[in-house]
Design a protein around this ligand. Structure first.
Ligand SMILES: Nc1nc2c(c(=O)[nH]1)N[C@H]1C(S)=C(S)[C@@H](COP(=O)(O)O)O[C@H]1N2
Ligand SMILES: [Mo]
Length: 321
């Protein structure tokens, strides 16, 4: 198999990923158990998470809200990709309770006039919180609609004053084997790193998210802070960020390092550019995946073309995938 890599991890083709309905029935079982036994009888991972409220004012930004039906919170928190906790869709919800989100700092480094260490609670107060309802499309062919709470990454970028050499932004996320059992399982090279071109990072839709559904982020969704890039495949939206680096050269990303032929730097949602092993033309909306639910067509730039299309004017999107 030409795509086999040293690290030994192969992204399964979507048809081989356990269908979400399996987790749904597990969730229903857990809810029944909760009702019958009371939460004290359940293992830690099955306890309902008590999360602090984090309200955000409705965003007025074009493209920041959608009419699409929200994905139920229980689905958005039980069907996740967060390989630091394992590659199974249920692993993050089962295991991310070991993630300690306080104290937490985010290091700003590289080509900026104001590098430094931000405490997460200072970062939370840097700009007013907004609620933005974004579609998130995973490269595996499923999507969700989530009301995120946060502010534009541009707010932070402005304050740290990038130099003229800052052409790209790299996100580095937490890699702590003591808290993250998935690090032992060689699926990717750690830490999980992602990157954006400076104009993408500065685009107002690029969100630094601290919460969702009016509460702080559940651990499995990337607490205490993550990026959300609604026009790119989900893996560009790095979870549990600890460092933001401003660099001159296009940085490597974890997925490119693992399989460059399948995961490019840009990774814009594009129904016309297939993944080498599957089509990207349609998607399954999580929460609508009953036996007879029809797949939806995937939209160019995940439907955000009016907002972001200009960023890629004149680029060959088959070459810069
Ligand atoms: N640190 C880190 N961030 C990550 C991932 C990961 O494995 N590790 N998975 C990505 C992928 S593939 C997707 S689809 C989204 C999923 O976000 P969600 O679980 O909140 O829906 O997170 C992205 N961010
Ligand atoms: Mo994904």
């Amino acid at each position: 198999m030409h795509f086999l890599q040293d690290r030994g991890f192969i992204h399964p083709v979507p048809s081989e990923i356990t269908p979400r309905t399996a987790y749904l029935s597990r969730r229903q079982l857990m809810q029944a158990a909760l009702a019958a036994a009371g939460s004290a009888a359940l293992p830690a991972w099955a306890q309902p998470q008590a999360l602090a409220a984090l309200p955000g004012a409705r965003s007025s930004l074009a493209g920041a809200l959608t009419m699409d039906k929200l994905t139920p919170l229980a689905d958005a928190t039980s069907y996740n990709n967060f390989y630091e906790f394992g590659t199974d869709k249920a692993d993050p919800a089962a295991k991310a309770h070991t993630l300690k989100t306080r104290p937490w700092t985010v290091q700003i480094e590289g080509e900026v006039r104001k590098p430094g260490t931000w405490d997460i609670d200072a970062l939370l107060k840097l700009a007013p919180m907004e609620e933005r309802v974004y579609r998130l499309r995973c490269v595996e062919g499923w999507s969700m609609v989530i009301p995120w709470v946060g502010y534009s990454l541009a707010e932070l970028i402005k304050r740290v004053e990038p130099t003229g050499n800052a052409k790209f932004v790299q996100f580095v996320t937490l890699a702590d084997p003591a808290q993250m059992p998935g690090l032992r399982g060689g699926s990717l090279e750690w830490p999980y790193v992602e990157g954006l071109r400076m104009d993408e990072a500065l685009h107002p839709l690029t969100l630094l998210a601290f919460g969702m559904y009016g509460q702080v982020l559940p651990n499995q969704n990337g607490a205490p802070v993550r990026a959300v890039l609604p026009w790119k495949y989900g893996f560009k939206s790095g979870k549990s960020i600890v460092r933001i680096r401003f660099v001159e050269k296009q940085p490597k990303t974890s997925w490119e390092t693992a399989i460059a032929s399948e995961y490019g730097f840009y990774s814009n949602v594009n129904p016309k550019v297939d993944h080498p092993r599957w089509s990207q033309a349609t998607e399954r909306r999580i929460g609508e995946d009953g036996l007879f639910a029809r797949k939806r067509p995937t939209l160019m730039f995940n439907g955000y073309e009016p907002q972001v299309g200009q960023l890629y004017a004149g680029m060959d999107l088959k070459r810069f995938y």
